[in-house]
Design a protein around this ligand. Structure first.
Ligand SMILES: [Zn+2]
Ligand SMILES: [Zn+2]
Length: 346
C-alpha cells in the first residue's frame, strides 16, 4: 500500500506526531520523545522524556530551564540522520537562530520536512537556511501577508548608527528578543564597523555570552548593571522589548528607544511600544521568502502553521498546491506583538 504523509506525521493538539517513530516535533505538551527544531520557548518546552536536538538547542534549553529540563538528551549535528523505529530523521539548518533546524522525516521513499521557524536571509549568528527537497513541507506563516517585506537588515543597522552619530549625548536602547535577535543586531553592528562596547540588559547576558562562546563575533560586551548614567551617554544597549517601557530606562541619559522586529513594518506596532526608531529586522521569512521557499522545495503538499495561515494556504491553492492549516495552538507566543510579554523572536 502506498504511503500517505499522514502515515509519517499527523497534526495533533500537542504538535505534529510521528506515531510510527514514536515522537513529536516541538510538542506543546510533555511528550515521551521530542524532536526540537530550536530553543524559542514556544517550540522548546521543559518536561519531555527524551529530547533530540542540535547541541546548541540543547545548551540553550539548559540555560533557560536548568540541567533537568528533560529526562534524557541526545545531540544531533546538521546533516546527521537517526533512525527511530524505521523512520529516518535528519536535521538541516533553518537559518532562524543559533542551532535552529528543519527536521526531515522520511520512510519508504516519502519525505516530510518540518521547518520550524526559518528565514532565507543572511544572518552572521547562525548557519544559513538549507533547501531540502521534499514531498510535504510544513511551513511557518508568521509574516505570511504580502505587506510583509523585510528588506535589508544592513540598511536598518545603518539607520541606527546614523541616529547614534546624530545624538551623541543620548543612550540608544534597542528592544530585541533575547534569543537570536539581540545577538544578530550586535553581530550586524560589528560587521558595520561599530566597535564600541555594547551594553546588555541582565535578561540578555547568559544567552549572549553563550553565543560568544560558540565563536560568534560580538565584540566587547558589558552589563548595564553597575554602569553609571554618564558612562551610558552615546552608547547602545540591548534589552527585551518589555523593558523599553519600564522604570529600568530611567538609569539612562535621555534614552532613545528602538525596536528590532519584522512587526516594525506596521506603524501601529511601533506606536504601541512608544518606539522612536523602528528597525525592520526579522528572524522569520517574509512573504517573498515564504512563497519562494515553498516553491523551491518541490513539495506538492504544504502544511501551514504558526501565524497568518489562511493567506498562505490561499496562495498555495493559486499555485495548484495542496495545502492545509494545522491549527496547533501554542506557537508564536513569544513572537513580538503576540501574547508574550517578552516580545518575540520575530
Ligand atoms: Zn522561533
Ligand atoms: Zn516560533
Amino acid at each position: 500500500m502506498e504511503m500517505r504523509p499522514e502515515d509519517i506525521l499527523v497534526p495533533t493538539p500537542a504538535g505534529v506526531c510521528c506515531k510510527r517513530g514514536g515522537f513529536h516535533i516541538d510538542p506543546t505538551r510533555p511528550a515521551e520523545r521530542a524532536l526540537i527544531t530550536h530553543a524559542h520557548s514556544d517550540h522548546a518546552r521543559a518536561g519531555h522524556g527524551a529530547v533530540l536536538a542540535t547541541q546548541e538547542t540543547l545548551d540553550l534549553m539548559r540555560l533557560r530551564y536548568g540541567a533537568n529540563f528533560a529526562g534524557a538528551t541526545q545531540a544531533i549535528a546538521y546533516g546527521e540522520s537517526v533512525t527511530l523505529d524505521g523512520v529516518t530523521v535528519t536535521f538541516h539548518p533553518a537559518g532562524h537562530v543559533l542551532g535552529s533546524a528543519q527536521i526531515a522525516v522520511a520512510a519508504e521513499g516519502l519525505r516530510v520536512v518540518a521547518s520550524g521557524d526559518y528565514k532565507n536571509a543572511s544572518d552572521p549568528t547562525c548557519a544559513p537556511f538549507e533547501l531540502v527537497p521534499c514531498d510535504v513541507f510544513i511551513t511557518e506563516a508568521t509574516f505570511a501577508l504580502p505587506v510583509f517585506r523585510h528588506g535589508d537588515a544592513d540598511g536598518e543597522i545603518a539607520k541606527l548608527l546614523h541616529s547614534v552619530a546624530l545624538f551623541p549625548e543620548r543612550a540608544h536602547l534597542i528592544g530585541a528578543y533575547s534569543l537570536g535577535k539581540a545577538q544578530r543586531v550586535i553581530a550586524l553592528l560589528r560587521q558595520a564597523g561599530y566597535h564600541a562596547p555594547i551594553y546588555l540588559h541582565g535578561a540578555m547576558e547568559a544567552i549572549t555570552y553563550y553565543y560568544a562562546s560558540r565563536g560568534i563575533a560580538l565584540g566587547e560586551l558589558r552589563p548595564v548593571r553597575g554602569a553609571g548614567k554618564a558612562e551610558l551617554a552615546g552608547t547602545i544597549t540591548l534589552c527585551p522589548p518589555s523593558a523599553l517601557k519600564d522604570v529600568w530606562t530611567r538609569r539612562f541619559p535621555d534614552p532613545l528607544t528602538a525596536f528590532a522586529s519584522g512587526w516594525m513594518r506596521v506603524r501601529a506596532r511601533a506606536r504601541q511600544y512608544g518606539v522612536e526608531l523602528p528597525l525592520v529586522i526579522s528572524d522569520h521569512a517574509d512573504w517573498d521568502g515564504l512563497t519562494a521557499t515553498i516553491a523551491a522545495t518541490g513539495a506538492g503538499e504544504i502544511w501551514v502553521t504558526h501565524g497568518q495561515e489562511d493567506a498562505l494556504v490561499h496562495w498555495c491553492a493559486t499555485q495548484g498546491l495542496k495545502a492545509r492549516p494545522l491549527d496547533i495552538v501554542g506557537y508564536g507566543d513569544e513572537d513580538e506583538g503576540g501574547s508574550g510579554d517578552d516580545g518575540g523572536d520575530a
